[in-house]
Design a protein around this ligand. Sequence first.
Ligand code: G3I
Length: 366
Amino acid sequence: MISRRAAITGFAACAATPVLAQAPLKPREEEALALRAHRKGLVYGAALASRHLQDAVFGEIFAEECGMLVPEWEAKWRTLQPQPGRFDFTAVDRLIDFARRRNLLARGHTLVWHQAMPDWLAEAAVPALAARTLVEHIGPVVARYRGRMHSWDVVNEALEPRDDRADGLRITPWLKAMGPRYLDAAFRAARAADPDAMLVLNEYGLDYARPEDERRRRALVQLLAALRGRGVPVDAVGIQAHLVAGGPLFDARLFRAFLAELADLGLKILITELDVTDRHLPADIGPRDRQAADHVARYVETALDERAVIAVLTWGLADRFSWLNQSEGRRRTDGLKSRGLPLDDDLNRKPIWAALARAFDAAPPR
Ligand code: G3I
């Protein structure tokens, strides 16, 4: 089978105009994920780094398969404000310009996180300065992309039940400096800078029928109810969905009930970082891909049954760019590369792609 990369490269070599302009009408079974999602009032997208756009073929395929992009790492504090008061928007501007040119939506990730913080923040995330420091970051960043961001992950990974607080909040520099109201300040600053962007609280570890995930689910519902009760402008929840195939039990009924709880709070839901750790699966690519795809199918079909779920994004589009291979806890122990995303290294569609396609096709319309 000719790889999609080779097919597109060859086609591009003789095409006077951009590849997709001349691409023949695709039969329904080949329709891209973005189109299938759009047909149901949903969005499919993926994380992208500006360096990935150096591969023009990949850029074409990304723009075909996806309806939305999210900067994988370049919209975080360490990149955007590496020194106090000095902003560097170069990489995010490049990604947002790509989205504009290819008619893609974009979402921002992430304004406040305990990781990817520049060194100087250690002195600024203190009681006397923290509130101003937050506003002086969130304001300029969100205002710059006002009207161009579908949504922002305002606070990422605010929960850590293992920190043993009654409210389940992670003990971060922001929490130490301002208490739980750092969340209020962050969301209010983002709303003030872009009244139209959907504001999201993004979390992980919410997926499986195990005690640690249940503690996170309870803490998240409690936190969201408190924020909404204080009039904090939280519009949606981001569920990262870094799945583990062949690992913990996925209980569809339990997860579906959790999504209904979130929806009952009046919140929209986005699956924000879907991928599959396949370290527990066989080395043989056939069964490995099938088992990973089956896991994705059950998860995404369950999620899309909840109409408050409005988008599914994978944390990358192609295996070659996946963070899973860099993560000590996620990569395979046999040295083989992870295969946790919809496309393989040659940008061919895999069983995970087909599982997502079927899930969008079967989803109730929004
Ligand atoms: O490529 C640059 C290199 O040019 C530069 O010299 C170097 C200097 O630090 O940085 C390199 O960039 C790295 C980047 O990944 C691209 O590989 C950054 O160091 C590294 O910190 C960054 O890691 C990202 C990580 O978040 C921290 O921002 C991962 O790509 C990204 O996949 C990961 O994504 C997180 C989500 O934000 C939150 N949920 C979990 C998810 C996976 O950890």
